[in-house]
Write a protein that binds this ligand. Structure first.
Ligand code: K80
Length: 433
C-alpha cells in the first residue's frame, strides 16, 4: 500500500464490445453511458452479444497505449478485464464469451500488462461481478432455483478471479464493480473466503472496498465502521471536500472526461473537462491523501481518440515540470486557501502550493501550523526564482506574485519549512474581545 499511496495519478481504461456501437444503435443516440447500451430498450441483448463477431481491433498496439500513459505521468492503470456485459478481454476457460471467439482471437490483457509493466506502470485489473451475459447471474435470490443458479455463478466468479491472478501475476490489485445487488451482498461468507484465497494465491494483492459486504449487508464500511478492503472505492466521479471526509483511509477517485461516459462514445455531449480542470482535480485528490484516476475509452479499432490523446499530452507536459508535487504527496495539514491546494512531500520538509486560482491582489495567503516557519519559497519550475514571504501576522504570510510574469496556467510554489526557534513568537498579539 505504501507503493499504491505514492502513485498520485492513474489511468482507467474501459474497453469492450460497447466500443463498437459507441453509444449509437440503429442511428439513434443513447442518452446513458455507452458501456451500458446493452440495457437500453432499443437494443436486444442477443444483437448486442453478437458484437463479439465484430470485435477486431486491427490497430491495437499496447506499447503505444503504455507510451501515452508514460508521457502523461501515470503510475498505475486500471483495465477492464470484464465489464457488466460479461465479455472477457482475456481467453477465459470458463465462458465462450471472450476475445478468443472474436475475429481478433488474441488475448488483450496479457499484452497490455506486459506493455505497462515494461514502462514501470503498475496494473490493476477491473472486474465486474455483475454479468449480464451469464444466465446464472441474479439480482436477488428469492427462490430455490435462483439459489442453485447463483451458486454456479459464485463458482464461475471464483474461477475467473483465480484465473486472472494466475495468468497475470504481476498485476498489483483488483478493482471491483457490479457488487451492489442483493444477490452478491448476501454472500459475505463466500466473498470473505474468496478474498482470503486470492490473497494467499497473490501475496500483496490490493483489493478495494467494493468487493464484499459484511454479514449484515453493509458495504464499504462494516457494521463496526471499519473499511473493508485496502482502500475506499466510494469516490466515483466525485471528490471529497475535506480531509475529515476520508477518515484517514486510502482512496482513489475515478473520473470521466465528459460528464458520464466510460466506454468509447462517438458523440460526447455536455461539458468536456479541460486539462486545467483535470489537473485541479488531481491536485485536490492528492492534497486529501487520494489518487486520481482518469478514464480513457479506446475506439473499436484499438486506437485512442484525439481528445484523450491531447488531454494526456497536456497533463503529461504539466507533470514533467510538477510531478515532484504529485508523487509521494500527502495531506499537508495547512488550512485550505482559495488559491489552490497544499501538498506535503513524504520525502522531505517541502510543502507544495498548487496554484489554480490567482487572486486579483496577487497575494497568496499561507497560514502555517503553529511553530512552523517558512524558510524559503521558490517556483518548482525554477529553483532559482525566489519569493520573499511577507509575514503579516502570527503564522500568517503573503506570497507576492509578480502580476506581469505569473503564467495563466496552474503552477507550483515550493515552501521549505522549519521549526520556529524556541521563544520565537513573532510578537503578534491577539485582539481582546
Ligand atoms: C455502474 C453503475 C452505475 C450506477 C454507475 C456506473 C457504473 C460503472 N462504474 C464505472 C466505473 C463504469 O464502469 C460504469 O459503467
Amino acid at each position: 500500500m505504501a507503493r499504491w499511496r505514492a502513485y498520485g495519478l492513474g489511468q482507467f481504461i474501459h474497453w469492450g464490445l460497447y466500443s463498437i456501437p459507441a453509444g449509437e444503435w440503429n442511428g439513434k443516440i443513447y442518452n446513458g453511458a455507452a458501456e451500458w447500451i446493452r440495457t437500453w430498450k432499443e437494443v436486444s441483448p442477443q444483437a448486442y452479444d453478437s458484437l463479439i463477431y465484430r470485435f477486431n481491433p486491427a490497430k491495437f498496439n499496447p506499447d503505444s497505449w503504455a507510451a501515452v500513459a508514460k508521457q502523461m505521468g501515470v503510475k498505475y492503470v486500471t483495465i477492464t478485464t470484464k465489464h457488466h456485459d460479461g465479455f472477457c478481454l482475456w481467453p477465459s476457460k470458463f465462458t465462450d464469451f471472450t476475445v478468443a471467439n472474436s475475429p481478433y482471437k488474441k488475448d488483450i490483457i496479457g499484452p497490455l500488462v506486459k506493455a505497462y509493466d515494461k514502462q514501470g506502470i503498475d496494473v490493476i485489473l477491473y472486474f465486474s461481478v455483475m454479468d449480464w451475459h451469464n444466465p446464472d447471474w441474479q439480482y436477488d435470490i428469492k427462490t430455490r432455483d435462483d439459489s442453485i443458479a447463483f451458486n454456479r455463478f459464485k463458482q464461475f466468479t471464483r474461477n475467473q478471479l483465480l484465473e486472472l491472478l494466475t495468468r497475470y501475476p504481476s498485476a498489483k490489485g483488483l478493482w471491483f464493480d457490479g457488487t451492489w445487488d442483493k444477490s452478491w451482498v448476501k454472500q459475505a461468507a463466500f466473498a470473505d473466503s474468496l478474498e482470503t484465497e486470492m490473497r494467499k494465491l497473490h501475496p500483496g494483492l490490493i483489493i478495494g472496498s467494493r468487493f464484499r459486504a459484511d454479514e449484515y449487508g453493509k458495504r464499504h464500511f462494516d457494521s463496526n465502521g471499519n473499511l473493508m478492503g485496502d482502500y475506499e472505492q466510494g469516490w466515483e466521479r466525485k471528490i471529497p471536500e475535506k480531509i475529515t471526509d476520508v477518515h484517514g483511509n486510502d482512496w482513489d477517485c475515478v473520473m470521466t472526461i465528459p460528464e458520464n461516459q466510460w466506454g468509447y462514445a462517438k458523440t460526447w455531449q455536455g461539458h468536456i473537462k479541460t486539462a486545467d480542470e483535470l489537473l485541479e482535480m488531481l491536485a485536490k485528490c492528492v492534497s486529501l491523501d487520494g489518487n486520481f484516476v482518469l478514464n480513457f475509452g479506446p475506439k473499436p479499432d484499438g486506437t485512442l481518440r484525439a481528445e484523450e490523446l491531447s488531454l494526456a499530452k497536456a497533463i503529461g507536459d504539466w507533470m514533467a515540470v510538477n510531478k515532484e508535487a504529485i508523487y509521494s504527496g500527502e495531506y499537508a495539514g495547512f488550512i485550505k486557501q482559495d488559491w489552490g491546494y497544499f501538498i506535503k512531500s513524504t520525502a522531505s520538509n517541502k510543502i507544495y502550493m498548487l496554484v489554480f486560482n490567482i487572486p486579483v491582489s496577487g497575494l497568496l495567503r499561507v497560514v502555517t501550523p503553529s511553530h512552523t516557519v517558512i524558510r524559503k519559497a521558490y517556483g518548482l519550475d525554477n529553483a532559482a526564482s525566489n519569493y520573499t514571504p511577507e509575514e503579516i501576522g502570527a503564522s500568517t504570510y503573503f506570497i507576492h506574485l509578480n502580476q506581469q510574469t505569473t503564467p495563466k496556467k496552474p503552477f507550483v510554489i515550493v515552501l521549505e519549512t522549519g521549526e520556529a526557534a524556541k521563544g520565537q513568537t513573532g510578537g503578534y498579539e491577539k485582539a481582546k474581545t
